[in-house]
Write a protein that binds this ligand. Structure first.
Ligand code: DX5
Ligand code: ZN
Length: 216
């Protein structure tokens, strides 16, 4: 069974507590929190104080996706704010800093993940495979919800799964961008175990049924 992580980027920011309780009530697994700095991506969303404020609102794992430049500067603060999973982008800094950031996340007791933008090949993950608990494959250009799913990312998921099976088989793969009732199946067939869904979750007429569809 796959996990679904609804992204609060598509929630009502004036009613985050209500929408997170809804995510829980609908039977979803994690809460996906998109952090954007206006530099790594051309959009600005939310940051450390919001993660801290959301922490007591739910017992679900907070899956925090940092789309920020040089994330090593902030990983400690995000873990202390309450992230359970913290994802950094391989494109956001030099490899030695990305490695150090992953070590730091794990030392602080949080699960560490890397993410790859659509144009970043699977091979870019090689230096980090053993230091990750999860790899997040973007199936849209990061920055905005509601974009079209890039089905041509599926071979990348498959390649990463094969690479991980050799060196770190417990590491899981998450997919983010354009996941809906039509696109979820191919992600799972290719090896994804956690599926982020923003607009499709919040627009679903029957959210509980949507959650079950993605999980099944
Ligand atoms: C995009 C974010 C996603 C976004 C997905 O940069 O990382 O998590 O919320 O939104 P949908 O599911 O609408 O593509
Ligand atoms: Zn995301």
């Amino acid at each position: 069974m796959a996990k679904i992580a609804p992204s609060i980027l598509s929630a009502d920011f004036a009613n985050l507590e209500r929408d997170i309780h809804n995510i829980e009530e609908m039977g979803a697994d994690w809460v996906h929190v998109d952090v954007m700095d206006g530099i790594f991506v051309p959009n600005i969303s939310i940051g450390i104080p919001v993660v801290k404020a959301l922490r007591p609102v739910t017992d679900l794992p907070l899956d925090v996706h940092l789309m920020i430049d040089r994330p090593i500067r902030y990983v400690e603060e995000f873990v202390k704010a309450g992230a359970d999973w913290l994802t950094i982008h391989v494109e956001a800094d030099q490899p030695q800093n990305t490695l150090a950031a992953l070590d730091k996340i794990r030392e602080l007791g949080c699960k560490a993940a890397i993410s790859l933008k659509p144009r970043t090949p699977a091979e870019a993950a090689i230096p980090y495979l053993e230091k990750c608990d999860m790899i997040l494959v973007m199936t849209v250009e990061p920055g905005f919800g509601g974009q079209k799913f890039m089905a041509d990312m599926m071979p990348k998921i498959r390649k990463l799964r094969e690479m991980l099976d050799h060196v770190n088989s417990s590491c899981i793969i998450e997919v983010d961008g354009g996941v809906d009732a039509n696109t979820h199946a191919v992600c799972k067939e290719n090896g994804a175990e956690v599926l982020v869904a923003g607009s499709a979750y919040f627009k679903a007429a029957d959210r509980a049924a949507f959650v079950k569809t993605i999980q099944g």
